[in-house]
Design a binder for this molecule. Structure first.
Ligand code: G1P
Length: 297
């Protein structure tokens, strides 16, 4: 077993249909929550947890996603020339967050297949997966909380959160029991079950630490829920062979994979940026009364 988690896989290769028309030409992972795109939040979280290398799985032609982390010499020269030192430093920091590679997923065969595309980079060590639609604000990065569980137990670890009835059929759901603190011992995982068949209301949220053995299952190409190759099924294939745990992470989570979720994420992020939340609040009031307010002073 590798001693620490050094690599993360970030799948981004969906069609982004819920965000049409913008996703006709902008990949969903580059859509912003205020000034930063979703992929930036995910990579920042991974880096804050000690991850050094990130493999972004992209649609062919969407390699610009990884290019976001490349140096921008023209921009840097201009900021330097104008004496905007703090901004220059921020821009250079983005290029140093992690080593970022893009690998294409040629066919949209599901999340499990997307993760399989990263195998050549991951090789035989345990690795992290972060789904950038799931934005999590936490003191200790959510993926770091999973790494803490993995340090104690090994095997695989998924992030989990209790969800209401209407969310159960849209997510991966676990069966198991609480071991201690926020940690569950997982005895079953099922992708998008019918509410009546769901073993619990504990859903998988898009953070994982995975044993490289999941690749063996993924290579078989077996189709699961929705006719897709499911990551949930690959993790389930490790039950009774290796430990599988769930970590009920601490932090605020928003599923930004829908326009409403993206709006919710922007409002949450606004609280972290001086002046922004006041604007959001004023706009809600103004929209209710149909009056205009002046923003962006
Ligand atoms: C994926 C996983 C699912 C998980 C969810 C979290 O589903 O397959 O198990 O609960 O991410 O966001 P998707 O959102 O891609 O349908």
């Amino acid at each position: 077993m590798a001693k620490r988690i050094r690599k993360a896989v970030i799948p981004t290769a969906g069609l982004g249909t819920r965000f049409l028309p913008v996703t006709r030409s902008v990949p969903k992972a580059l859509l912003p929550v205020l000034q930063k795109p979703l992929i930036h939040y995910a990579i920042e979280e991974a880096a804050a947890a000690g991850i050094e290398e990130v493999i972004v799985v992209v649609n062919p032609g969407s390699e610009s996603i990884a290019g976001y982390f490349d140096p921008q010499p023209e921009l840097e020269r201009m900021l330097k020339l104008r004496g905007r030192a703090a901004e220059l430093e921020q821009q250079i920091a983005i290029t140093k967050i992690a080593r970022v590679h893009a690998v294409p997923q040629h066919e949209a065969r599901g999340l499990g297949d997307a993760v399989l595309m990263a195998q050549d980079y991951v090789k035989d060590e345990a690795f992290a997966v972060l789904l950038p639609d799931d934005v999590i604000w936490a003191q200790r990065p959510a993926i770091g909380q999973l790494i803490d569980v993995w340090d104690r137990h090994g095997g695989s670890v998924v992030a989990a959160k209790e969800v209401p009835d209407e969310a159960v059929e849209k997510l991966g759901i676990i069966a198991g029991k609480l071991v201690s603190g926020p940690v569950w011992n997982v005895t079953g995982l099922v992708e998008k079950p019918k509410l009546a068949d769901a073993p619990s209301h504990m859903a998988i949220i898009g953070r994982y630490i995975l044993s490289p053995a999941v690749f063996d299952y993924l290579k078989e190409g077996r189709r699961g829920a929705g006719g897709e190759i499911q990551l949930t099924d690959a993790i389930a294939s490790r039950l009774n062979i290796e430990p599988v745990h769930a970590c009920v992470f601490e932090g605020a989570h928003v599923d930004a994979g829908t326009p409403q979720g993206m709006l919710a994420a922007a409002i949450f992020q606004a609280r972290k940026q001086p002046g922004y939340f006041e604007t959001a609040r004023a706009m809600v009031e103004a929209a209710e009364t149909g009056t205009a307010v002046r923003t962006g002073a």
